[in-house]
Design a binder for this molecule. Sequence first.
Ligand SMILES: *[C@@H]1O[C@H](CO)[C@@H](O)[C@H](O)[C@H]1NC(C)=O
Ligand SMILES: *[C@@H]1O[C@H](CO)[C@@H](O)[C@H](O)[C@H]1NC(C)=O
Length: 264
Amino acid sequence: MSLLADWLLRHSVVMCLLLHSLVLMTFCFHHAATSCSKNCYCTESESGGKTVRCSNLQLTEIPQDIPNDTRRVYLDFNLLTTVPTNAFAGLTQLVELDLSHNELSELEPGAFRGLGSTLQFLDLSSNKLGNLTPDAFEGLRARANLTNNPWHCNCNLQMAMPRVDLEPASLTGVVCHTSEPEKIGVEGLAFLLAPDIDLCVEMKRTTDVAMLVVMFGWFTMVISYLVYYVRANQEDARRHLEYLKSLPSRQGKSEESSTISTVV
Ligand SMILES: *[C@@H]1O[C@H](CO)[C@@H](O)[C@H](O)[C@H]1NC(C)=O
Ligand SMILES: *[C@@H]1O[C@H](CO)[C@@H](O)[C@H](O)[C@H]1NC(C)=O
């Protein structure tokens, strides 16, 4: 009886292992057949097309094997720090891209190149973005979620705003975390909704003061040099003058001028 139980147990373990590997193999084949990005989870539907979910995978780089017919990509809750140039260039049917809850502090120029004609929604919320880079969004008309980022509101950001191609309402998500100059009181405000604040005026004022200081410095230097020069040459000049006066007045004008030129 115990022998039979033992036999059964041993074989069930083997069976189990076999079954397990069979399941794994099926899974792998399935994986290859539907061509999904490694470790990501893909679904496909008639109406919505292909969706690739790579959420919460501790990714530090954007996967390069996302199928080119994907319509939705979820890369949220990863550890991405940057979006390189042409990161999604092959995905010509992409409608929605979720990059929220990452560590993004930088978007390289042309980061979303190639998505301009199809992309409708871009989620960049809850990242570490501090400054706006219009070159990153070139040609992109999508609605973007830019909230929950530590935006640094300064003259650069103000000048960048009108150059960003995104759907204009997206820019209301740029809420100032810090500002330059510091005491202007825009922290916590959506920068776009505070139109009477001009951060570049402050900047210009600072530049003007700097210019004045520099000019004053120059002026002082020139004056001091002149004073020094005059002082140093005063003695010489006086001696020279006396010499000229002591010349006999009956000597001809031509000789006098030739003496001067010799002295000079
Ligand atoms: C996707 O890539 C394959 C070859 O890798 C190509 O045949 C196909 O046309 C591409 N599809 C799109 C939508 O770009
Ligand atoms: C933007 O993202 C934040 C958090 O990531 C979310 O709470 C908010 O609803 C989003 N806004 C829009 C307009 O989708």
